[in-house]
Design a protein around this ligand. Structure first.
Ligand code: GLN
Length: 486
């Protein structure tokens, strides 16, 4: 096996026994990026020299017998998580030259854990999108079929992990942006409970929904990344002060006593692909064979999730994005003759069409006279969705669903039809509305050989249960062992 193909857990073992060094591993990943980045386009910024310096420092620590949790492991970060001294663009022209003066809470933790940061990953502008086609800079391509989308908005993250251009990555998930690209690229992706990982230094899209999470080559790697990233941060008022369990303590000894619910509304969704249904049905059989009990459940209000999300998320975004006004930081149009023009030209030129669409939608939904009809109503339905999940978790421990209605589609296929794109998050959005954790694990392939994931959802702070079920599933199947041919 080539070094760039290693999982984090295997690489740590080899580094700690001094069979390989972090410098060798980091060089192997840089060589891999040199070889395939022109096909995949996963990165916005690469910092190979800085990465090699961190790798040399990690090697020094290891020589002294100091084994840090991620000591010497090359990771990459979605480009909306602030990195001190390293460009953080959010996939937007308006922040094209923005260099944050501080590290996000996540980055501080990763550095303390000895990780080597190799670059910043492509994404839909301000995390608005499901395909990476809304990046202001480039289209990322799906490593399994370069003519297809990798999913989004953390498409660069999922593609980089799938193509072995980093050992693991972090993205953000507001309505599915970790799980959906993980499914399309055949990797593991997890959205933790709202409040589990600090969002200090995560550029805000929709603050009541955003959550940082890991993308990885295996469930074991995902657990380790989550464990390292989790924990209370007083700088994030939504961070929850709750101890972090040892997520890495995974046991493949079956799933007796586990009850998994299948929401009948999810499998009745119109337009769901036959390959996706086949994969979910075979996943159900695998869980039965592992000893889990499968029951039917109902989440009657989740059918409104997409509608609720596309009121709440744009409303919050319209407020969060007000700060990009050409004054405080970021791009400023120099064509303006007065202050009003400066604002409007800066924002018209700096933001892409999807971001502008959301700002207009959100401003409308919050405006006086419409607030009650849209934002308030959406918030009320959100409460009903939360109640649905609460009731469901009285009947079962975990919920199994598809991640996306179809496998990855062609680049350009749906770009003219925002509503079609919005529907690709139909299975992931309700978890963000309810704040619950969800994980996507590779579960099969379409007839055309495209990866298809399955999603497990758990109640708040049940990440350990989710990871253990996902691990048992992974160990009983071999979908995660297949690699794209690049
Ligand atoms: N695709 C969804 C959107 O466009 C979700 C994005 C996300 O999770 N960041 O808003």
């Amino acid at each position: 096996m080539d070094l760039h193909e290693l999982t984090i857990l295997k690489a740590l073992e080899l580094i700690q026994t001094r069979a390989i060094s972090s410098t060798e591993l980091t060089k192997a990943v840089i060589d891999r990026i040199d070889k395939v980045e022109n096909k995949v386009n996963a990165y916005i910024t690469l910092v190979p020299e800085e990465a090699l310096i961190s790798a040399a420092m990690a090697d020094q620590e290891i020589k002294q017998g100091n084994f840090l949790p991620l000591g010497g492991i090359p990771l990459a970060i979605k480009d909306l998580i602030c990195t001190a001294g390293l460009k953080t663009t959010c996939g937007s022209k308006i922040l094209a030259d923005f260099i944050p003066p501080y590290d996000a809470g996540l980055i501080t933790k990763l550095k303390q854990a000895g990780a080597v940061i190799i670059g910043k990953l492509n994404m839909d502008e301000f995390a608005m999108g499901s395909t990476n086609e809304h990046s202001a800079f480039k289209n990322t391509h799906n490593p399994w079929d370069l003519s297809r989308i990798p999913g989004g908005s953390s498409g660069g993250s999922a593609a980089a992990v799938a193509a072995d251009m980093c050992l693991g990555a972090f993205g953000s998930d507001t309505g599915g942006s970790i799980r959906q690209p993980a499914s399309h690229c055949g990797v593991v992706g997890m959205k933790p409970t709202y409040g589990r990982i600090s969002r200090f230094g995560l550029v805000a899209f929709a603050s009541s929904l955003d959550q940082i999470g890991p993308l990885a080559k295996s469930v074991g790697d995902c657990a380790l990344l989550l464990k390292t990233a989790s924990g209370y941060d007083p700088r994030d008022s939504t961070s929850v002060n709750k101890s972090v369990p040892d997520y890495s303590d995974l046991k493949a000894n079956g799933l007796k006593n586990l009850k998994i619910g299948i929401p009948k509304e999810f499998l009745a969704v119109k337009g769901i692909d036959a390959d996706v249904l086949r994969v979910i049905n075979s996943t159900i059989e695998t869980f039965k064979a592992l000893g889990a009990e499968i029951i039917d459940i109902s989440l009657p209000h989740t059918k409104y999730s997409v509608a609720v999300y596309y009121v709440i998320a744009p409303a919050e975004a319209s407020s969060n994005l007000a700060r990009y006004d050409g004054v405080k930081y970021g791009f400023r149009s120099d064509e303006a003759e007065n202050l009003d023009q400066m604002y409007s030209k800066t924002r018209s030129k700096g933001f892409g069409t999807e971001v502008q669409r959301r700002i207009i939608l959100g401003t409308y939904a919050l405006s006086s006279g419409y607030y009650d009809a849209y934002y308030k109503k959406a918030s009320q339905v959100r409460t009903l969705i939360i109640k649905d999940y609460k009731q469901a978790f009285n009947l079962c421990d975990l919920i199994l669903t598809p991640v996306t209605p179809t496998p990855a589609f062609k680049i350009g296929e749906k770009i003219e039809d925002p509503l079609q794109l919005y529907l690709s998050d139909i299975f992931t959005i309700s978890a963000n509305l309810a704040g619950i954790p969800g994980i996507c694990v590779p579960a099969g392939f379409s007839d055309k050989g495209l990866p298809i994931g399955m999603q497990l959802l758990g109640s708040h702070f049940q990440e350990d249960l989710l990871l253990n079920a996902a691990y048992n599933f992974e160990q009983a199947t071999d979908f995660h062992r297949k690699k794209p041919d690049l």
